[in-house]
Design a protein around this ligand. Structure first.
Ligand SMILES: *Cc1c(COP(=O)(O)O)cnc(C)c1O
Length: 223
């Protein structure tokens, strides 16, 4: 446990200034988050709405909570006040629900559009072409309590660096395409969330602006 701050320091030393670090604290106790906080970490990533609700009141107010897991529409209400960025938006229906829950509390919700590029079918997200079509259709621009801040994705969990890079590049390419078209004049569309413990160095080389790292900071999770 004492090494959380050391792990953080090592990772931070390697990150370019332009890349932000989401410390993925899912399944870890608040004491572990507290150690990371004391070492200067402010952005924490969680994958279950209940877990954010539980940890939120136990951590200082300046923590930024990022939701990174698969989000069911009936859980949106639970986290809309606490969350500062939802990485894992994977349907228009979910965008509409987030929008209406945001409207109820008068809060514009920051989201990323999740892309499915991995070869595993357990990973959620839009196909690259569906994502581009959705944005270009204009369906999101009428959702006034949604602010699309970028895209998110996960590469296949493999040792094949060529495959990982190919998938990371596909994520970056969707970002670049949208940045050059629909979001050209949108100052908020800036984030490419990709890179986890095993592939974040590759992800940075492939144009990540935000890495989500759990195991390399907190150790193995207890399921
Ligand atoms: C758990 C999780 C991570 C962190 O994974 P590690 O391998 O522990 O770094 C990153 N992104 C998402 C979406 C996750 O669910």
């Amino acid at each position: 446990m004492t090494s959380i701050s050391e792990h953080l320091r090592q990772i931070k030393d390697e990150l370019p200034e332009s890349v932000s670090l989401v410390a993925v604290s899912k399944f870890h106790p608040v004491e572990a988050l507290r150690q990371a906080y004391d070492a200067g970490q402010r952005i924490f990533g969680e994958s279950r709405a209940q877990e954010i609700s539980q940890k939120f009141p136990l951590m200082p107010d300046d923590v930024q909570w990022h939701f990174i897991g698969h989000l069911q529409t009936n859980k949106v209400r639970m986290l809309v006040r606490e969350v500062s960025l939802i990485h894992s938006v994977d349907s228009l229906k979910l965008l509409e629900v987030i929008n209406s829950e945001g409207a109820k509390v008068n809060k514009v919700i920051n989201v990323l559009l999740q892309l499915h590029v991995a070869q595993e079918d357990t990973k959620f997200g839009f196909s690259c072409s569906d994502c581009i079509h959705l944005v270009e259709s204009g369906a999101i621009s009428s959702l006034h309590f949604i602010r699309v801040c970028g895209v998110m994705g996960m590469a296949t969990n493999t040792d094949d660096e060529v495959e990982i890079r190919k998938e990371l590049r596909a994520i970056r390419k969707v970002f670049d395409t949208l940045k050059a078209s629909s979001f050209a004049d949108n100052p908020y569309f800036t984030e490419v969330s990709m890179g986890m413990s095993h592939d974040y160095k590759l992800a940075i080389e492939e144009g990540s602006t935000m890495v989500r790292i759990g195991t390399s900071i907190f150790g193995e999770r207890e399921y």
